[in-house]
Design a protein around this ligand. Sequence first.
Ligand SMILES: NC(=O)c1ccc[n+]([C@@H]2O[C@H](COP(=O)([O-])OP(=O)(O)OC[C@H]3O[C@@H](n4cnc5c(N)ncnc54)[C@H](O)[C@@H]3O)[C@@H](O)[C@H]2O)c1
Length: 437
Amino acid sequence: MKNSNEIAPATGKLGVLLVGLGAVSTTFIAGVHAVRRGLAAPIGSLTQMGTIRLGKRTDGRSPLIKDFISLAALDDMVFGAWDIFEDNCYEAARTAGVIELDLLSQMKDELSSIKPWPAVFDRRYVKRLDGPNVKKGASKRELADQVRTDIQQFKTANGVDRMVMVWCGSTEVFMTEGEAHASLEAFERALDESDEAVPSSMVYAYAALKEGIPFANAAPNLTVDTPAMLELAGQTRSSLCGKDLKTGQTLMKTIIAPGLKARLLGIAGWYSTNILGNRDGEVLDDPESFKTKEESKKSVLDYILQPDLYPSLYDQLCHVVRINYYPPRGDNKEGWDNIDLVGWLGYPMQLKVNFLCRDSVLAAPIVLDVALFLDLAQRAGMSGIQEWLSFYFKSPMHAAALYPEHDLFIQLMKLKNTLRYLKGEELITHLGLEYYD
Ligand SMILES: NC(=O)c1ccc[n+]([C@@H]2O[C@H](COP(=O)([O-])OP(=O)(O)OC[C@H]3O[C@@H](n4cnc5c(N)ncnc54)[C@H](O)[C@@H]3O)[C@@H](O)[C@H]2O)c1
């Protein structure tokens, strides 16, 4: 890792390559255009609105993060995307129905010019979807080469200096790590043989990493969470992060659970259910895609509550997660949580949470932050897993020997301390004894 004066400056254009031009991607792209033009505020984005305390509490130094460390400017972002549907970004945003037409129509020209390239797609991995805008190739290796050509042409056509790729495509069926993912050599053989162990998402990720482009995974798919991809990222010095954006119900879980645990309140059960009516909800209605999501959502409580350390409080926890596809709600998800608590002397209590959220409104600022921070990591020479970006993910990627950190507040401290470290500032431990000397 380089120190602050060695971080390459964020000059020139940053190309953001999005796989999937659905609700999350279009809400992100349209949002960046709206903010650029002063039509709306980037609420929810740490890179745009967050501050960072430097030095002692008495120093009064809390600059905006974007003034503290060099990040690409919103005006310097250019977007490219792949999708199985041919709709341009404006049309896709209308289909997604997240941003109101009033605002969307003011950006019609910019958004209409973003037309998706044909996708690498196979229904075997996303059963509830089908579309016409799909690449053809003799092997998965050839498809990866076609993605690389799209990237190179995009770079030249837009005069882009640096790029990041974010998977915002649908959730694929549940897959576990196998022989084909064990090493780069095995993976490349699998690409040549069009092995079933290589889903579409891995074809894109391979193409990005081969080009030395950082990759973020907004979905819970296995994608880059394998030894083969880590080996490739190491070779091309590319940075990685994922998996599955932490929005909605899981965001609330990682806010509430650390608080209950901090006060040593026991939890006997946590029942979570959702209704969701967008295309993501339709894809997740397939049990194999839901399984991928369920795994990602369920691990959170185990890691936060540490039942091995607190068996009498959390060992018997019954954790149930449901997602129900309910078209009338579109992107406006509704989540209900029932938490059965146990207090002093074993007395039971209940906590109910009813969150009426907008899924993509919560996801879009995360895509923005992740793209900008991954670009920073790349310029700072930080390759491989960027664990300091765990703050944004339901199922954060982590080194093999570690358990993931899910507590939102520890994650935020880790993120800000990484920024302080990169800039040679003192890390903040919150000890504070010096104020009482
Ligand atoms: N919205 C949220 O809050 C949120 C939170 C966490 C994770 N996610 C994940 O982010 C992803 C995107 O969510 P969304 O709400 O935008 O879904 P969406 O269905 O609106 O968009 C996904 C898009 O990806 C396209 N697609 C699917 N497979 C593709 C492929 N192989 N190549 C190119 N395009 C492909 C689909 O055609 C669709 O347009 C999903 O996996 C979802 O689970 C979303």
